[in-house]
Design a protein around this ligand. Structure first.
Ligand SMILES: Cc1cc2nc3c(=O)[nH]c(=O)nc-3n(C[C@H](O)[C@H](O)[C@H](O)COP(=O)(O)OP(=O)(O)OC[C@H]3O[C@@H](n4cnc5c(N)ncnc54)[C@H](O)[C@@H]3O)c2cc1C
Length: 553
């Protein structure tokens, strides 16, 4: 079978759909081939935050920013891996990309004035204002095609409800403290119950599910051709020009001619065991990314003569994850974004010692863990904190702890000593907690300085004074959850230029071949500067690819 189009896009995450919608809006005929039965990739599972310095919504929230400061910050973050051409392209195009999508498509955003850069004290860093999140989306706008969309990670929902990470999350955390929050939560529960009854799933999509849903809606509205169960297997070249690809669609071979070119947006290699084994410093790894992200884009590009860069100090964006039993021996993964920063929560290795400011970013947390040589850690807390904030997949009061204790997800000890024994943590834990508590009573953490930067405090508890991230572990029983090393997506990837064109070994563009999202080498130099640093560039370089394909640079 044959199919003709102007642009073939491999992958239906943020990178792929941004490229597809942009090219289609510019008048090109676009086919998106998605390997999996469902569209949306990791993007649909994500927080849906985009880091876009100088984004157009900054005016609304009164945030001050400058291109120069953003470039200084990225230079500080990426160090010797700083790619001036692509950073410049990203910083210039990011705000225009946001303008384009909000003006011409169903993709809409809300801005946060307070979500800080992850290293807000670094040169050019900001205490907030650079990140935007996909606005909540009514899935019914997709009609019957709502079932085409990859649902969120079950572990990140509450009774199947997707809780938005801004004001909504605050309401859910404070429902027992505020009548307004209690009313909000009651309304959400009722709305979700009705949606389950009528549609068999939640229809109020938030975060990454809203982003993927909005991109899917935009692609459908624009007339992008969307094929699921269609893996791009091989690129077709005439000379060195990429002119199409061979797909495997529902077990059949399809030859696709792409007159203008092919965009690789297969979401990197979080599920490719061999490359992981080669590039990750640790063996035991747990990725929440979907199963189809197996490095196809990198292999396709390399076979077409592309240059890969695997030299970053961190080949992926790390995140601590815990394994949540789903019953019958199966388990899901819970990424620990927030709980580590709460007052009364510490992290220790098997040796019973702390190793990091627990409130730092997930990427920094895992880097510190890797430096100790350990491959897993324990989050340890007391009864007050677990009932107030939950811990990982364990939800705060009034939801019961019993099922988590029974499943083995959560360990409990009447004393720290008993907890250490159950978790097989060295007895040194007792001394660690005693020393931590001594300072924590005054809200201080002289060794790791938890709570001392804006990012730590963003996820702290403002009611705990003087330090919203530090409180003693004083009220028995005590609890522990084991965390492993996971990722949110990979950083190593295909070398590209400021138009998202794939470069060959001599760093010349390969005509007709583009890469966006995690298939392309990250511009963050192996670091994680702020909320949304993968989706921001993914959509921006997708947009740039779409424009370049349409001759609009
Ligand atoms: C829980 C969680 C929260 C996160 N939160 C954020 C956040 O808030 N902000 C942020 O910036 N990042 C976040 N991330 C990371 C972010 O989700 C990813 O970096 C991003 O979605 C990658 O986008 P992509 O377009 O490159 O790939 P994906 O969204 O993964 O899409 C790639 C698609 O390509 C398909 N594919 C693979 N091979 C082929 C092939 N051969 N042919 C056709 N299709 C193929 C895959 O099936 C997949 O659907 C989060 C990640 C997780 C897991």
């Amino acid at each position: 079978m044959h199919f003709d189009c102007d642009v073939l896009v491999a992958g239906s995450g943020a990178g792929g759909l941004a490229a597809a919608v942009t090219a289609r809006k510019a008048g090109l005929g676009v086919l998106v081939a998605e390997k999996e039965p469902l569209f949306g990739g990791t993007t649909a599972l994500s927080g849906g935050w985009l880091w876009i310095p100088n984004h157009p919504l900054q005016k609304e929230i009164g945030a001050a920013d400058s291109m120069q400061d953003a470039a200084t910050y990225l230079l500080h973050e990426a160090g010797e891996k700083y790619d001036a051409e692509r950073v410049d392209a990203f910083l210039r195009a990011g705000p225009r990309m946001v303008e384009f999508f909000t003006r011409e498509t169903a993709v809409q955003f809300d801005a946060s004035a307070t979500f800080p850069d992850y290293h807000p004290q670094a040169p050019g860093g900001r205490p907030g204002g650079r990140s935007i999140v996909a606005r909540a989306f009514d899935g019914r706008d997709l009609g019957k095609k709502l079932k085409w969309l990859r649902p969120p990670l079950p572990e990140l929902t509450v009774f199947g409800i997707m809780i938005g990470s801004g004001a909504e999350l605050v309401h859910f955390m404070r429902w027992s403290k505020s009548a307004r929050s209690a009313l909000f939560v009651a309304r959400r529960l009722l709305g979700h119950g009705a949606a389950q009854f009528f549609h068999g799933r939640g229809v109020r999509l938030t975060n990454g599910n809203a982003l993927a849903g909005r991109l899917l809606k935009s692609a459908l509205d624009a007339g992008v051709e969307l094929w699921n169960r269609s893996a791009v297997k091989e690129l077709v070249r005439q000379g060195n020009v990429v002119v199409g690809a061979v797909l495997e669609r529902d077990g059949h071979q399809v030859r696709v001619r792409a007159r203008k070119g092919v965009v690789l947006a297969c979401g990197g290699f979080p599920q490719e065991a061999a490359r992981r084994a080669r590039l990750f410093p640790h063996a035991e790894h747990f990725s929440p990314a979907p199963p189809g992200n197996t490095g196809d884009g990198l292999r396709l590009a390399q076979a077409a003569g592309a240059r890969l860069d695997e030299s970053l100090p961190n080949a992926a964006a790390w995140v601590p994850v815990s394994r949540v039993p789903r019953g019958g021996g199966a388990w899901g993964l819970f990424p620990h974004f927030i709980d580590r920063a709460k007052p009364g929560v510490i992290a220790v290795t098997r040796k019973g010692v702390r190793f990091v400011n627990e409130g730092n970013s997930y990427h920094d947390f895992v880097q510190a863990l890797l430096k100790t040589g350990a491959t897993h850690a324990w989050l340890v807390t007391d009864h007050r904190a677990i009932r107030a904030y939950g811990l990982g997949f364990v939800k705060p009061r009034p939801l019961p702890l019993g099922p988590h204790l029974k499943s083995g997800y959560l360990l409990q000890g009447r004393t720290i000593e008993e907890l250490a024994r159950k978790a097989e943590i060295d007895a040194a834990l007792e001394d660690t907690v005693a020393r931590y508590n001594e300072n924590a009573k005054m809200g201080s953490d002289p060794i790791f300085r938890k709570g001392e930067n804006a990012y730590n405090r963003f996820y702290g508890d403002p009611d705990i004074k003087p330090n919203p991230c530090v409180a003693p572990l004083a009220q028995p029983p005590f609890y522990a959850v084991r965390v492993e090393i996971g990722d949110l997506g990979t950083y190593a990837g295909i070398l590209t230029n400021g138009h998202a064109q794939v470069l060959d070994e001599q760093k010349r563009p390969i005509p007709g071949l583009y890469a966006a999202g995690n298939d392309a080498l990250s511009i963050m130099g192996g670091n994680y500067p702020g909320p949304g640093i993968t989706l921001g560039p993914a959509m921006t370089f997708g947009w740039l690819a779409g424009r370049h394909l349409a001759g609009q640079d």
